[in-house]
Structure formats: C-alpha cells, structure tokens
Design a protein around this ligand. Structure first.
Ligand SMILES: Cc1cc2nc3c(=O)[nH]c(=O)nc-3n(C[C@H](O)[C@H](O)[C@H](O)COP(=O)(O)O)c2cc1C
Length: 177
C-alpha cells in the first residue's frame, strides 16, 4: 500500500474477525511504532501487549469507550517512560513530552497495521487521571510509566464508510490567520 493512500484510508475499526494477529506480524508493527519521531530522540515509549480475552473485556471498566476490545485480537497499551523522556521540572516550568512521543508512536503503529490489513482503534488513556490510575493499578505499572493510549487491534469485520468531508481547505491558513 502506498503511504499516502494508507494515510487517507485508515479508519477506526471496532468490529473484528475471530483471528489472531501472529506475533511476528505484531512485532513488525510495533517496530514501525519505534521509528516515530520523539522529542530529543528520547523514544520514551514502552508497549504493553494484552491478548487475554478476559483482560481485553475488562478494559471497559477502566476506560468506558473500549467495550469493543472484548472481540479484538489484542490491545497495545502505549506507555510513556517518565524516567526517559524530554522534560523539565524547574524554574516554574513542569512539562514532559511523553504523551506526544507515544501518540506519534501510536499513529505509526496504526498505519503499519493498516498496511498489513489489520484494523485498529486509538482509545485514549492520558490525560484522563482515572484511566491512567486504573491502568497503572490493573497492570502493576510503576509510577514512572504513564499509559497514553490503548490501541485496540484485529482483522477487520467491518468496512467503514470513507468520509468525503475530511479535507477542509479553510483550515489551512496561508501566511496569515
Ligand atoms: C485522543 C483520541 C482518543 C480516542 N478515544 C477513543 C475511545 O476511547 N474509543 C473509541 O472508540 N474511539 C476513540 N478514538 C477514535 C476516534 O473516535 C476516531 O479516530 C474518530 O472518530 C475519527 O474516525 P477515524 O479514526 O475512522 O478517522 C479516539 C481518538 C483519539 C485521537
């Protein structure tokens, strides 16, 4: 699949066939995620792969908009490592780039999956404190690991309608606002 075509045709998939994604395919997809850009090239991401059906079904208790994960092949929880991220906590400044690094990795992951005929849906974790805490507790994540996204994945069992109204020329501001 041509890269530009992939960018335009990726849609969130929430219905999945009863078919596992082989581990070598999953590893190739997560490899692509690790080639995303990151602030100061810190590559602050970590990937927690969940395949257990009961665990997938239980995600909705922590993040209410993930009910369809029960039928997925897996979910990859993309986490930021706060011990290895471009950040600042001094002189009245407090910020880190973990969410942005991990979101870029998530997009690479989704596009790599799409190129292999695998559907994904980005489900948010950060910046929702209750979801972050819920995932930390459920998966025994240490304090320096912040779950940023839950990428639900599987072979598609739906063909989403491609929107024809995504491109809005007025959103481009040439030279001035
Ligand atoms: C930050 C963020 C959080 C999202 N969280 C959820 C979610 O919790 N559950 C869900 O079903 N979709 C979620 N989505 C997917 C969006 O609903 C989806 O991307 C949007 O409707 C556009 O559809 P498309 O991905 O097919 O282009 C999220 C997307 C983003 C970017």
């Amino acid at each position: 699949m041509d890269l530009y075509e992939g960018l335009i045709t990726r849609r969130s998939i929430r219905k999945y066939a009863d078919k596992k994604i082989p581990h070598d395919v999953l590893e190739e997809i997560i490899k692509a995620a690790q080639y995303a850009p990151s602030a100061h090239n810190k590559q602050s991401w970590e990937f927690l792969v969940i395949e257990d059906k009961e665990t997938l079904a239980s995600l909705r208790v922590i993040q209410r908009w993930t009910s369809f994960a029960k039928d997925a092949s897996c979910a990859v929880i993309v986490c930021g490592n706060l011990n290895n991220v471009f950040c600042r906590d001094k002189d009245g400044e407090k910020w880190d780039y973990a969410d942005i690094d991990c979101t870029l990795a998530s997009q690479n992951l989704m596009l790599a999956a799409h190129s292999k005929g695998i559907g994904t849906c980005f489900c948010g974790a950060s910046p929702m404190p209750l979801v972050i805490d819920g995932l930390r507790e459920k998966f025994n994540l240490p304090e320096h690991i912040r779950p940023v996204s839950i990428i639900v994945m599987g072979y598609p069992d739906e063909t989403p309608i491609q929107p024809d109204n995504r491109y809005v020329a007025e959103k481009i501001h040439w030279e001035k606002w």
